[in-house]
Ligand binder design. Sequence first.
Ligand code: S3P
Length: 456
Amino acid sequence: MSNEAFITYIAQPGGSLSGNIRVPGDKSISHRSIMLGSLSEGKTTIKGFLQGEDSLATLKAFKAMGVHIEGPDEQGQVIIHGVGMHGLEKPKTELDLGNSGTSMRLLTGLLASQSFDLTLSGDHSLSSRPMKRVTDPVMQMGAIIETMDNGTAPLKINSNASSQLNAIEYTLPMASAQVKSCVLLAGLYAQGKTCVTEPAPTRDHTERMLQGFGYQLEVEKLDEQRSRICLQGGGKLTACDIDVPADISSSAFFMVGASIAEGSDLTLQHVGINPTRIGIINILQKMGANIALSNEKVVGGEPVADIRIRSAQLKGIHIPEGQVPLAIDEFPAISIAAACAQGQTILTGAEELRVKESDRIQAMIDGLLILGIDCEGTADGMIINGGQLTSGTVDSLGDHRIAMSFAMAALRSSGKINILDCANVNTSFPGFVKLAKSCGLDVSSEETDKTPGDEA
Ligand code: S3P
């Protein structure tokens, strides 16, 4: 039986973060650049593509469907020779999307009406995540998709060559950019006008990039929170060049680290600051963080800036619920900030955290309790009382963001923190240990063989 590599991080206590660094490219934008580039007419050149396992899973999926894609090279340049809306070919095997929820949920929409059958599969974590949220609306449009009994992957999409999808008017049951994108991408192939209403603003990279590829969209703000996005099926995409900014979600670990570690002064370069992603900045600033933006510009339809963070005494807050979808991937990192803050931090309205790569509420609370923090999980959030982080061994449960958050916690812990099961950091942040070390975090990575029955 083959062994799989098991990665443990060992983070030594103390230190500070300083310097000028650039984290890898935005994961959401990288996925979408492969999808739209592949379906466009012409040649798309992508700069700054994230070479993480998740976005590479999307890239491999399109290669398997016959798209000629060059790269990524060492600088993250990818060249896609688009095949047009109807140029994909049947893959020889099922498409294995690894740990990547974005690949699976967006491809469900995009591939729902191709002229071939195919199966989307994933790893253990992805195979336990809810997929009915995407299969339901796409099936309402006429797609034929089989899931496991409990609505999970593998997803078998049956070819729909004879019957075109029909447009729908869909109200998202939860604030999810993946579901919104899935329905819009299915709508590209539908007869008529597909409209999606979102209950709160979620990341709008799909909308921005569709427009960048020359596809017309209507976006109507219904009130403070809700928007309705519509597109007419049957159009085409025209290739364009994409400059992927550094990922604000990967930057978040460093924003928290530099905020909590005394003496820090760190600048993060060329970070995407799309208004639908900046919850981390808003929340940390409300907690008293010292964060300054400079060099703001718009690159390929996405705003970017350099972000300077200096250490500050943080205070506990009740996180405004309106910020939750804007910081949905950042709560593992924010809970470390809360553990180092003075007073109590309360998070509500974040039940979606329970169905991410892990149950992120449980994973963070379990780890923080081991590290001596007084905290508890609630159905839709957490209550964290700031205190002294101690030392111990915590389990990331194979969730990249849990692993990187606990690594940053060591900047304020009284002893060493061991973090188990960190291999999946490579899904979103290849080179994390090296980059974190280069700016002052004393973290190392150890590889051991994991044999069955040896589970930590
Ligand atoms: C993503 C949307 C979010 C986020 C995920 C990436 C995207 O998921 O958590 O990491 O690229 O659309 P939800 O749509 O489930 O909120």
